[in-house]
Design a protein around this ligand. Structure first.
Ligand code: SF4
Ligand code: SF4
Ligand code: SF4
Length: 219
């Protein structure tokens, strides 16, 4: 499918109906902010200028946000992906040893040791299901936010994106995005897609750009 006009970025999400029971909260506001940021940075015009004519739909920069770690919008295979996270921790309530959290955890990440639940964070997918399942308030959401991935793609040389940030807030997501888009526009070569730039510069270099942007914001 040819496109001789602007190759606009594509930003997708999940849970369009708003009824998914796994959702940790809507991300339509974040999606819109991602679109606005990409417009502000002039990505569509830059992409059209740099790519060969005719540019194809596959040349579009792709971003996706998912409302829970099930990641139905496939953020791990996008140029920029965001997955909402809910990190569990001990709550103030007394554990009754009912076992509902153990049943709710699809990762086998919880054991009961007589004094309450013990979470194996090496297995935990941060879905928050155990917290929802606990009737006693013995578990709570310790931290909520988003993991950020970059450099994922399908096509001839498929690759999963690399996790650049474990967990951050919406502002952190947008700072990370702005940092990588600025690097793309500054250093991208004619016809070079974002994933190819990530290969050429190295994900470590893009990670540094993101970390610098986050630390500047924290000053
Ligand atoms: S990613 Fe999670 S919230 Fe979004 S549709 Fe899939 S299961 Fe539902
Ligand atoms: S947050 Fe999800 S994956 Fe992690 S321990 Fe709770 S139920 Fe298991
Ligand atoms: S933490 Fe909550 S759900 Fe898990 S065993 Fe204790 S009371 Fe039950």
């Amino acid at each position: 499918m040819e496109n001789r006009g602007k190759i606009g970025p594509v930003v997708s999400g999940c849970n369009e109906s708003g009824t998914c029971p796994n959702s940790l909260g809507g991300v339509s506001g974040l999606r819109r902010r991602i679109e606005i940021l990409l417009e502000e940075e002039g990505l569509a015009a830059w992409t059209s200028k740099m790519l060969p004519v005719p540019a194809l739909a596959r040349h579009a920069f792709r971003a996706a946000a998912a409302e829970c770690p099930n990641a139905c919008s496939q953020p791990q295979i996008k140029d920029f992906g965001v997955i909402q996270q809910s990190l569990p921790g001990k709550g103030g309530g007394a554990c009754t040893n009912c076992g509902l959290c153990v049943k709710a955890c699809r990762e086998n990440g919880i054991t009961l040791n007589g004094k309450g639940p013990s979470i194996n964070f090496g297995l935990c997918a941060r879905c928050g299901a155990c917290v929802k399942a606990c009737p006693a308030g013995a578990l709570r959401i310790e931290k909520k936010g988003f993991s950020v991935f970059i450099g994922g793609r399908l096509g001839r040389h498929p690759r999963l994106g690399a996790r650049m940030i474990e967990i951050t807030d919406e502002e952190g997501v947008l700072r990370a995005l702005r940092a990588v888009i600025k690097a793309y526009i500054r250093e991208g070569r004619p016809g070079e897609r974002f994933g190819d730039l990530a290969d050429r510069l190295g994900l470590g270099r893009l990670r540094e750009e993101i970390e610098e942007a986050l630390s500047r914001a924290a000053e």
